[in-house]
Design a protein around this ligand. Structure first.
Ligand SMILES: CC(C)(COP(=O)(O)OP(=O)(O)OC[C@H]1O[C@@H](n2cnc3c(N)ncnc32)[C@H](O)[C@@H]1OP(=O)(O)O)[C@@H](O)C(=O)NCCC(=O)NCCS
Length: 144
């Protein structure tokens, strides 16, 4: 049965999380496997699990020393599971967790094609388009 949990990098499921990110986020845009892990050690990792397999993930990384502003990064749901509410559950859990940690704001660099996914969850788009890893992105934020 599907459930969402938070894991540390020492957890055996972390390797599955990395593979999912390679497959869903990095390879399709030509970034080498394991090429976007510079924030992993300082992030909280949320994974969606079905039948002992990681089928979705998202990370929350604090952007400042006071841990008030966090960035949602590395949002990915496996192909077969997309459109079934997994992404929504992951973001809701991450936001609920950020509130317990007294974050005041969550920001996102969203691929331009998926901003409406985040907007439906309460994030607001702001600023101009920009390019990151060769893909057009938009800024989004949510005050907590
Ligand atoms: C974008 C992504 C994370 C969404 O996760 P998901 O589990 O497929 O989304 P959900 O099923 O929870 O959808 C929640 C809502 O967002 C909508 N939605 C889903 N994918 C969307 C997309 N790509 N663009 C716009 N809206 C989208 C759904 O229609 C749904 O709306 P509803 O509540 O009215 O039915 C997932 O499709 C994915 O991993 N895509 C590839 C990687 C990617 O683009 N990651 C984001 C990088 S910024």
């Amino acid at each position: 049965m599907l459930h969402i949990t938070r894991i540390a990098m020492q957890h055996p499921l972390y390797q599955q999380e990395r593979e999912l990110r390679n497959k869903i986020l990095l390879r399709p845009i030509g970034v080498p496997d394991y090429g976007w892990e510079m924030n992993d050690s300082k992030s909280w990792h949320f994974v969606a699990i079905d039948d002992a397999k990681v089928i979705g993930c998202v990370l929350l990384v604090p952007l400042d020393e006071n841990v008030q502003i966090g960035q949602l990064i590395q949002m990915a749901v496996d192909h077969h599971w997309q459109g079934k509410g997994v992404g929504k559950k992951l973001v809701k859990d991450l936001v609920a967790f950020a509130k317990t940690k007294e974050f005041t704001e969550i920001v996102i660099h969203s691929r331009a094609e998926v901003t409406s996914f985040y907007e439906a969850l309460g994030f607001k788009t702001f600023g101009d388009e920009f390019e990151e890893v060769g893909v057009v992105h938009r800024h989004l934020r949510m005050s907590l």
